[in-house]
Ligand binder design. Structure first.
Ligand code: PLP
Length: 411
């Protein structure tokens, strides 16, 4: 029998979504005819913008003609898309980024999970608590996390608590770390990180020769012009950071799949022998060995997002979701709940009332208002005492959910 990768056996089963499903099932059995509204979903609900659909059709037609057919493309993406990204996401904001520093991929999930592969197994990893679980699990699979203790934390990971007291912006690590996962605007808390705080992190990374893995999947939701939308807005970040971005939540590509990782050429790691090694070269090697590129039609569709019409249509979708966020936040605040996020992010982080824990508040919302959220404790111990709601729902559902919460919740 082949030996398995024992590190996989250290993974904690994610009970979160199966627990939610089980409770919903029990509720439905006891309350036939009740209509549940899900405000916990992390998937978008609006259709793809018309410019994207047009581009998909046109690109499909190109593939059907011998003279414009495309087979394998460049593993790291077509220049036509990387150039648009460099121009719109970076140069337009005063950031220097060469198209060949942009690696087009099939998702910020795969990129943020795969990146750890090019670092040593004994690198010390710091991540926020609560957290997007992919950062934890990918390091567990690689054997970098150690053993889970009773509280569910792994003994070799450095957890950075994000709490009400610190505005959901963690303090700098109290011991040396090599890799730091940051995600702002944050899933699940909906918090953003100020330029001053992000500058402290970049300076920390420079001092300690650490690498920041910056997940900016939700940057398009930032409305406050003072809040950075890219880690590379911070001086010196090119030497210490990798950034992940995605078309998923920006342009509705959750099912269409297109994203990118940005790895500046100045970023260096160190070999066992102590030599300086280009991280860009390692990631290029990793991607060109293990990935054969995003489909041509999908990259054409992503490029269409950068046309003037594309920008307008994407903005409309984001504004729509942010109106949902406002409806949720205003409604919950009006009945005395404390709600964070939802101003520069599609996530709302509601504090549970009356000392309820996350699951008790989840049950209360389910039983009294027939509304489903996501218990904060499912994202890590510091998520206890919160419930995550999302702005990605349909408008009538969002309005009705809030109306029900306002009129039926016994506080
Ligand atoms: N990063 C964060 C923080 C997310 O919340 C998500 C999706 O929910 C992703 C990445 C995944 O993005 P993609 O659809 O590009 O894989």
């Amino acid at each position: 029998m082949a030996r398995v990768n024992d590190h996989y056996l250290e993974l904690k089963s994610s009970y979160l979504f199966s627990d939610i499903a089980r409770r919903i099932e029990a509720f439905a059995a006891a309350n036939p005819g009740a209509r549940l509204i899900r405000l916990g979903i992390g998937d978008v609900t609006r259709p793809l913008p018309p410019v994207v659909i047009r581009a998909l059709h046109d690109a499909a037609d190109e593939l059907g003609r011998a003279e414009t057919f495309k087979g394998y493309g460049p593993e790291t993406g077509y220049a036509f898309l990387a150039e648009q990204i460099a121009a719109h996401d970076y140069a337009a904001r005063g950031i220097k980024m060469a198209p060949d520093e942009i690696f087009i991929s099939d998702g910020a999930k795969s990129d943020s999970a795969n990146i750890q592969e090019i670092f040593a197994p004994d690198c010390v990893v710091a991540l926020t608590d609560p957290v997007y679980p992919v950062y934890v699990d990918s390091n567990v699979m690689a054997g970098r996390a150690g053993k889970a203790n009773q509280t569910g934390r792994y003994d070799r990971l450095v957890y950075l608590p994000c709490t009400e007291a610190n505005g959901f912006n963690p303090a700098l690590p109290d011991r040396p770390v090599d890799l730091i996962y940051l995600c702002y605007p944050n899933n699940p808390t909906g918090a953003v990180m100020s330029r001053e705080r992000l500058t402290e992190w970049v300076e920390y990374a420079r001092r300690h020769q650490a690498v920041i893995l910056y997940d900016a999947a939700y940057e398009a939701y930032v409305r406050d012009p003072e809040v950075p939308r890219s880690v590379f807005e911070i001086e010196g970040a090119r030497e210490v950071a990798i950034e992940f971005k995605s078309f998923s939540k920006t342009a509705g590509f959750t099912g269409t799949r297109c994203a990118f990782a940005v790895v500046p050429k100045e970023l260096k790691g160190r070999s066992a022998a102590g030599d300086s090694v280009s991280i860009h070269s390692l990631w290029f090697r990793r991607q060109s060995t293990k990935f054969n590129g995003v489909p041509y039609v999908i990259q054409k569709a992503a490029a269409a997002v950068y046309t003037p019409d594309g920008q307008k249509q994407v903005r409309e979708s984001i504004d729509f979701y942010m109106d949902n966020a406002r409806i949720i936040k205003d409604g919950l605040t009006s009945i005395g709940l404390t709600v964070y996020g939802g101003e520069n992010a599609p996530y709302l982080w509601a504090k549970t009332p009356g000392g309820l824990d996350s699951w008790q508040f989840f049950d209360k919302l389910l039983n009294e208002a027939h509304v489903v959220g996501t218990p904060g404790a499912g994202f890590g111990p510091s998520g206890e005492g919160y419930l995550r709601l999302t702005a990605f729902g349909h408008r009538p559902d969002t309005v009705e959910a809030i109306e029900r919460i306002k009129t039926r919740l016994k506080l």
